[in-house]
Design a protein around this ligand. Sequence first.
Ligand SMILES: [Zn+2]
Length: 65
Amino acid sequence: MIKVWQCIECGYEYEGPKAPTRCPECGADCEAFELYEYEDEEEDWEDEEEWEEDNWDDDKSRRNR
Ligand SMILES: [Zn+2]
């Protein structure tokens, strides 16, 4: 799981488990960072699996025709 932090001073987005000690854009300290959103890696993986399954079904139905 990746956390996305956003600097409230300049809007800089940082991905990582913890907020950076200092904003590389405006130099604000870690207190200026707010948790912006979560990126759920597990969900992405499920989507990929579903896509493969769809492809497989498509391939099978083509053979039956
Ligand atoms: Zn900033």
